[in-house]
Design a protein around this ligand. Structure first.
Ligand code: SF4
Length: 225
């Protein structure tokens, strides 16, 4: 019990520094996930990756270092979706790495989840736009079908778009983030919420408390779904 409390406080410190945010409801303590045979799904999703990883359907195919398919549990309840790979992701071939990725992992740990176990992480675009510019509609038109196929394979209970650009791209709504947050949208039949991009939290720590509220909602939603 002492170790669990210590681990919890360490996670809170990683997220919020020396400030402690308390919810009215006590946070649940880490639980053990049931063991599920995932071998067939891993192969299925890997086959899909192999079938598209040389894609040149839009000009970003020529400028990428690596195709960034996605990573995680093919049976995930929770799918996190960003807009497109950044510089580190392009170099490594994995979404959400570097400081923002580490913060995302800390947030997931704080709701007793982790990438690869109940969580799948992907982007709308699989190749990096030059200088991290926003995805162009023509690129989204070509690439979004791959994300839709990933969702069809993983069948998450909830999709969470990370950041305004991912949210507006998926929902085709060009509105501020505050109009996208705290609402359950529909993405081709799967519930979708929008929250802050972890990189935004690194730029402005004022976004951390509302993000934590969003992730507590996500934790509670998944525990009831
Ligand atoms: S961004 Fe998508 S559509 Fe464009 S080349 Fe990469 S995988 Fe293909």
């Amino acid at each position: 019990m002492k170790d669990t409390v210590h681990q919890y406080l360490q996670q809170q410190k990683a997220l919020y520094g020396n400030e402690l945010y308390l919810s009215r409801e006590p946070d649940s303590l880490p639980s053990t996930s049931p063991v599920i045979d995932k071998s067939i799904s891993y192969k299925e999703i890997d086959d899909f990756n192999q079938s598209i990883c040389n894609c040149m359907e839009c000009p970003l195919g020529k400028t990428r270092t690596n195709f960034v398919f996605g990573v995680g549990d093919p049976n995930a309840e929770l799918m996190l979706v960003g807009e497109a790979p950044g510089k580190q992701e392009d170099l490594k071939g994995e979404p959400f790495v570097g400081r923002a990725g580490k913060l995302l992992d800390d947030i997931l740990r704080a709701i007793n989840r982790k990438r690869g176990d109940g969580v799948y992480i992907a982007n709308v675009l699989k190749c990096r736009p030059p200088n991290n510019r926003d995805p162009l509609p023509s690129e989204v038109e070509k690439c979004e079908i791959y994300l839709q196929k990933q969702i069809q394979l993983v069948k998450p209970k909830l999709i969470v778009a990370l950041g305004r650009v991912a949210g507006k791209t998926l929902l085709k709504m060009d509105v501020p983030l505050k109009e996208l947050r705290c609402k359950t949208h529909d993405y081709n039949g799967t519930p979708l919420r929008v929250t802050y991009h972890p990189a935004a939290l690194l730029r402005n720590s004022n976004f951390k408390p509302p993000t934590w509220d969003d992730f507590k909602w996500i934790r509670d939603y998944l525990s009831q779904a």
